[in-house]
Design a protein around this ligand. Structure first.
Ligand code: AMP
Length: 283
């Protein structure tokens, strides 16, 4: 695996691969890799001639009160995992190379980015769309791999790719979970023993809501209210939202319609750690 820190060098490597008729699979990450990230790497390896993984803890997607400086990092372990997966290039730029002094151009999505996660983290998606645009222009991937774990991020980025004509195919991969149901996340490392147990409330509440729907409940207000009551149960839990939105457009709905596909979205702080989870359901 070649480690590339210079954006121009990465761009030149990608260009020459493309000129040579090769396909490039790209997996953008913030590092502290786990099996969720590696599932994206495996998918990329299976479908492309070359795989590029980036590790960049992107400052512009964190608000001042969030965990940018303490976000977990372990380059040595990440590097080893990526070598084991057979990754071809690790792109590992510095913040000053990506955002040099004088940087003043941002990519902002207007609608989906300002709802749900966007209400709780108002500047988050602007940081995400900006960094992913920059990375796409540097890496020039044929296909880019993202996790359904961040469902709204996938919706925002798919819209961006379409609106701005990025010549990239978006691939969304399923959520990888611990055996007990907790969705893997680099942030799980913040949880103490009790919180780790209590964090199961997210996946349990999603199951609880799925059951309500299976039993015939179609009113999304009722589903959200009952789910929020459930999310509140653990001592350390502070729920932000539980919502049902349309799968394609991420729009809220009042009534679930037969044959339609929806996302069940949960966001909840467990102690000081904010976690999100979701599931897809067809009614
Ligand atoms: P991050 O390093 O948290 O920015 O995540 C990098 C990519 O990995 C994103 O596309 C995430 O959606 C994806 N990802 C994170 N956790 C999981 C998971 N448990 N299962 C599948 N993909 C994930």
């Amino acid at each position: 695996m070649k480690i590339v820190t210079n954006p121009r060098e990465m761009q030149n490597i990608s260009r020459s691969l493309i000129v040579g008729g090769k396909t490039i699979g790209f997996v953008p990450t913030m590092g502290y890799l786990h099996a969720g990230h590696l599932s994206l790497v495996k998918a990329s390896r299976a479908e492309n001639d070359f795989t590029v993984v980036s590790i960049f803890v992107n400052p512009t997607q964190f608000a001042p009160n969030e965990d940018f400086s303490k976000y977990p990092r372990d380059m040595e372990k990440d590097e080893k995992l990526l070598v084991e997966e057979g990754v071809d290039y690790l792109f590992y730029p510095s913040a000053t190379d990506i955002y040099p002094s004088g940087f003043e151009t941002y990519v902002e999505q207007e609608k989906i980015a300002h709802t749900f996660e966007g209400e709780f983290r108002p500047t988050h998606f602007r940081g995400v769309t900006t960094i992913v645009s920059i990375l796409f222009n540097i890496v020039q991937p044929t296909k880019a791999y993202f996790g359904q774990k961040d469902a709204q991020q996938c919706a925002v980025l798919s819209r961006m790719v379409k609106d701005l004509w990025f010549p990239v195919e978006m691939v969304v991969c399923p959520i990888v979970r611990e055996e007990d149901g907790l969705a893997l996340s680099s942030r799980n490392v913040y949880l103490n023993k009790m919180e780790r147990q209590e964090a199961l409330i997210l996946s349990k509440t999603i199951e609880f809501a799925k059951n309500l729907i299976r039993e015939g409940e179609r009113d999304t207000n009722t589903i959200s209210t009952l789910a929020m009551e459930n999310l509140e149960k653990p001592v350390s839990a502070k729920p932000d939202y539980f919502l049902v939105v349309k799968y394609d457009s991420f729009e809220s709905v009042e009534k679930l319609e037969p044959g339609e596909k929806y996302f069940l979205l949960a966001a909840c702080s467990i102690g000081k750690t904010r976690l999100i989870d979701n599931a897809i359901i067809t009614v």
